[in-house]
Design a protein around this ligand. Structure first.
Ligand SMILES: Nc1nc2c(ncn2[C@@H]2O[C@H](COP(=O)(O)OP(=O)(O)OP(=O)(O)O)[C@@H](O)[C@H]2O)c(=O)[nH]1
Length: 336
């Protein structure tokens, strides 16, 4: 029988919840955001489009409630499947945000007033076309009397490595044709302190501030750290690469095993998968062995650069979103 037809993907990935990655500078950032919250006129919250649910930082929801907020699903070039257009993706994210907001409202009504957010706007960015639209949206918000302040402060927040500094630089370049103001890097935790204010508009007192990426002080769902590690939001080495590839294999199989057809026939077995990949990329030793860490790291790099296809690691159906919200609420209630 054809192996693809006979193949049945794993339905669950048993995994112990690891502790979060929450170093001192994140703790300080969260506290500082709390104390500065009245100075935040516009909040740009940057999430990773490959994990739209998991990269939502529920820890900042209660701190920055009632702020005008634009949510940016960045790195959508790594999340949008070839057959989906940018505008379709954007519509899906708007729909996601609306469903999430209405579920959150429902939970608030039924379980008490835990979060009080103003309705969020959703944006997709990573290409100049969307960065231009984002700039227009910020300009309108700032100038059309959302705030009566003379100076408008636009704060960038989000999990590490989601692209906050890159978007700030891109907006500045489009608006003022000026060079980079914030340092970027392809590992998490590049920005460790709040930036100086950076001008955004030539003829209006609108300034941007970059903030260090922050994780949540505790993890909402057991698989969060695996997803966050795979997309590069978490420091390298916290989870071993073979476990990460095993999880990636699990997620890909739920989408389609054809994604890795160039390397291996469909399989749920990470050792078989690594062996097949090692063979294909010439990493087998004369005796037929291979270094599983080296092969795993190669696969993770391929995934992060988009060379292993474009797909999301979050399940986006209604029941997954509802479960996610329940997890977040449980964590928030435990804290308070
Ligand atoms: N593929 C892709 N890469 C991006 C995009 N935006 C940013 N990056 C890359 O993602 C990496 C992280 O970007 P940064 O702007 O430094 O991220 P950050 O959120 O400021 O990071 P922290 O300082 O850790 O909080 C860099 O290597 C960027 O080049 C995007 O839209 N698509």
């Amino acid at each position: 029988m054809n192996r693809t037809m006979a193949f049945v993907a794993r339905k669950i990935f048993p995994y112990e919840t690891p502790s979060t990655w929450f170093p001192g500078h994140m703790h300080k950032t969260l506290k500082k955001l709390q104390s500065l919250s009245s100075e935040v006129d516009i909040l740009i919250e940057v999430r990773d489009a490959r994990i739209p649910l998991t990269s939502r930082n529920f820890a900042v929801e209660s701190i920055l409630k009632k702020r005008n907020r634009i949510i940016v699903y960045n790195k959508c070039d790594l999340a949008i499947p070839c057959e989906t257009s940018l505008s379709t993706f954007r519509d899906e994210m708007v729909h996601l945000q609306q469903s999430f907001q209405s579920m959150q409202d429902w939970f608030q009504r039924s379980q008490g007033d835990i979060f009080k957010t103003v309705p969020s706007l959703t944006y997709v960015s990573s290409v100049p076309f969307y960065a231009k639209k984002l700039l227009k949206r910020i300009r309108n918000m700032a100038i059309n009397g959302i705030t009566k302040n003379q100076r408008v402060h636009v704060y960038f927040i989000g999990m590490p490595n989601t692209g906050k500094s890159s978007i700030l630089n891109s907006l500045r370049h489009i608006s003022l044709r000026r060079s980079k103001a914030a340092i970027t890097g392809n590992y998490p935790g590049v920005t460790k302190n709040f930036s100086e204010v950076v001008r955004l508009l030539e003829h209006a007192e609108v300034f941007m501030l970059d903030t260090p990426g922050i994780m949540t002080p505790s993890i909402a769902a057991p698989e969060d750290m695996l997803k966050l590690s795979l997309v590069g939001c978490v420091k390298e080495g916290l989870i071993d690469p073979v476990t990460l590839v095993d999880y990636l294999l699990f997620r890909i199989n739920l989408v389609s095993p054809s994604i890795y057809a160039k390397w291996s026939p469909p399989t749920n077995d990470v050792d078989e998968f690594l062996g097949n990949v090692a063979h294909k990329i010439g990493k087998l030793s004369k005796g037929g062995g291979y270094n599983d860490n080296t092969v795993s790291t190669y696969i993770i790099q391929q995934y992060r650069s988009g060379k292993l296809g474009k797909f999301m690691l979050d399940s986006m159906d209604k029941s997954s979103m509802s479960l996610r919200l329940q997890h977040e609420l449980t964590k928030s209630q435990k804290k308070s």
